[in-house]
Design a protein around this ligand. Structure first.
Ligand code: G3P
Length: 220
């Protein structure tokens, strides 16, 4: 399973690279707004800086801000020209679906975002989105089962051999990642702190402490 990091922060992306687990990056307007970028030009430069960190890694999702079809395709085309690693992230709306179809015809890669239902995921696949991003955590937040949505989308996509890759988003805890890997989806996109929490086990810590204590007590 691929690990994308859900951040626009260069330090975090570098950290994930240095761990050796980075496969790609996803951003969204809220994540961009957390960085020191204050103009369109600075945002574009920031996307380019993120892309330059990608060596063997896959790609970087950059989201359109416009919601109108004509403006969306103009903005998405500009984003796609910033760097070959850019994937245009588009919300699943009426105009968004039309825009994804347009980008798909032009071989521009897309990530269909803000997906909360199987119906939306079917539409994303029908218009040829490269990725679909169902938001697990936000579904859990309103007392529904985010992972069940992932299971259903996986089954539907398998039924029809849809090529759209499932990129589970809004990951909040390590169990989300583990369950996604059991379901067998293409990738998760997650804050780096959730990747770190996969590491945690108290028996590893106490086990290591005992190994080192035993060794030091004997070997001088
Ligand atoms: O990038 C989209 C998604 O991963 C957002 O996650 O934690 O804001 O629900 P979150």
């Amino acid at each position: 399973m691929k690990f994308f990091v859900d951040t626009a922060n260069l330090k975090e992306i570098n950290e994930a690279r240095s761990l050796g687990i980075l496969d790609g990056v996803t951003t969204n307007p809220s994540l961009i707004s957390k960085e020191s970028v204050y103009s369109q030009k600075e945002i574009q430069d920031h996307y380019i800086s993120i892309c330059k960190l990608m060596k063997n890694e896959e790609d970087v999702s950059a989201e359109v801000i416009n919601t109108n079809y004509t403006k969306m395709i103009r903005e998405g085309e500009k984003l796609s020209l910033l760097h070959p690693k850019i994937v245009v992230k588009v919300p699943i709306t009426f105009d968004g679906i039309k825009a994804i179809k347009y980008f798909s015809n032009k071989k521009i890669k897309t990530n269909c975002t803000l997906v909360f239902s199987t119906g939306q995921a079917i539409l994303a696949a029908k218009v040829g989105a490269t990725y679909v991003s169902p938001f697990i955590g936000r579904i859990d937040d309103v007392s529904y089962d985010g992972l069940n949505l992932i299971r259903e989308i996986k089954k539907i996509y398998d039924n029809y051999h849809f090529e759209t890759k499932i990129l589970a988003a809004s990951i909040r805890n390590p169990l989300h990642i583990i369950e996604c890997s059991k379901i067998g989806i293409y990738a998760v996109t997650t804050p780096i702190k959730v990747i770190y929490s996969l590491l945690n086990h108290p028996l590893t810590n106490t086990g290591l402490e005992k190994f080192l204590t035993d060794y030091k007590n004997k070997i001088k």
